[in-house]
Design a binder for this molecule. Structure first.
Ligand code: SIN
Length: 330
């Protein structure tokens, strides 16, 4: 018996030296509950969107790279919090990551509305230059005052107009129609008022219902959201206007972020950087695929604005630039 106990002890000591006694256990099943870091990532769109796919990819890569020590739990489709609730949930620490549209941050700092100004960007490269340059830096650092740390900018794409009443070709076509707008953005409200329409703030999880029941006649959104929410089923008119841009800020609770061990924070940051590159490519792919989906549905009348028509829209919306002049920093 004594020999068996001594042998067992030797074996244990040997395996301990072989593995390195000071090393953490690297088996995710064996990470103790005290060691485990859980990050709840809440968002409002479906899994099959650029944001939904990127959040999931981030979770998978983080699990692998921290060998289970960090678990990112993704809650899509407003299952945890709606877009009207998620910022407060982040500030209070009941979730650790969210990725709202820039428009929805305007209450924290009105400067975020710079991305809402109609026809401010001609293409994705111009958007990325703003996001990845001094404008983006200033915007991200403005979040600190709210105990929020901005981590990355993700894409969704350019917004298009849909509605259930008539084709939207000329600025006058908007007259008298009710348009859903995202919460918190004065610029978006004024954009529709300027076109003679009535804006109504609606949370994303209520959007389909609002259109189906005629609480709103129309809305603006990216093709990916129009498809993942099946909005085209209740919006027979689509205008490819590319009049505005929709992007996201991946954010965390600043206090939570600085409480993380340095090695974990570095892994999360480098993984997010990599996922951001991937997300931007995916959003371009999704935009194209979504257009194909609307076309193949076959019941949506699609109008692509001509250059002359686009210029009329630009002219009609020009007064917003003097109204919101303080949004332009440079
Ligand atoms: C989102 O893409 O996160 C929602 C956009 C919207 O509210 O229309």
């Amino acid at each position: 018996m004594k020999i068996r106990v001594a042998l067992l002890l030797c074996l244990t000591l040997l395996s301990c030296f072989a593995a390195g006694c000071d090393k953490r256990v690297n088996d995710s099943e064996q990470v103790s509950p005290e060691e485990k870091i859980v990050i709840k990532f809440s968002h409002v769109v479906s899994e099959n969107t650029p944001k939904g796919l990127a959040a999931q990819r981030f979770a998978t890569l983080v699990k692998d790279r921290t060998t289970g020590r960090v678990e990112v739990q993704v809650f899509p489709n407003s299952t945890l919090y709606s877009d009207g609730e998620e910022i407060e949930a982040l500030k209070s620490g009941t979730v650790q990551m969210i990725a709202p549209t820039t428009s929805k941050l305007s209450r924290l700092s009105p400067q975020w509305q710079i991305f809402d100004l109609p026809f401010a960007f001609n293409d994705g490269n111009e958007v990325h230059r703003a996001m990845d340059g001094p404008t983006g830096e200033k915007l991200l650092s403005s979040l600190s005052a709210s105990n929020i740390k901005g981590l990355a900018f993700w894409d969704n794409g350019f917004k298009q107009m849909t509605n259930g009443k008539r084709p939207l070709i000329h600025p006058e076509d908007f007259g008298g129609l009710i348009f859903r707008v995202m919460i918190n953005s004065q610029v978006l409200k004024r954009q529709f008022e300027q076109l003679g329409a009535y804006p109504v703030e609606t949370q994303f999880n209520d959007l389909y219902h609002a259109l189906e029941t005629n609480l709103a006649d129309g809305q603006e959104n990216t093709l990916s959201n129009i498809c993942s929410k099946k909005l085209y089923r209740v919006q027979p008119y689509l205008t490819i206007s590319n009049h505005g841009y929709m992007g996201y800020i991946v954010m965390t609770n600043e206090k939570f972020w600085s409480s993380l061990p340095d090695d974990v924070r570095l892994t999360l940051e480098s993984t997010l950087h990599e996922v951001t590159e991937w997300e931007r490519q995916i959003s371009a792919d999704k935009d194209r695929e979504s257009m194909e989906e609307v076309v193949s549905y076959g019941k949506v009348q699609i109008h692509h604005l001509t250059v002359a028509e686009r210029n009329k829209w630009i002219e009609a919306l020009q007064p917003l630039y003097s109204e919101f002049w303080e949004l332009t920093w440079e």
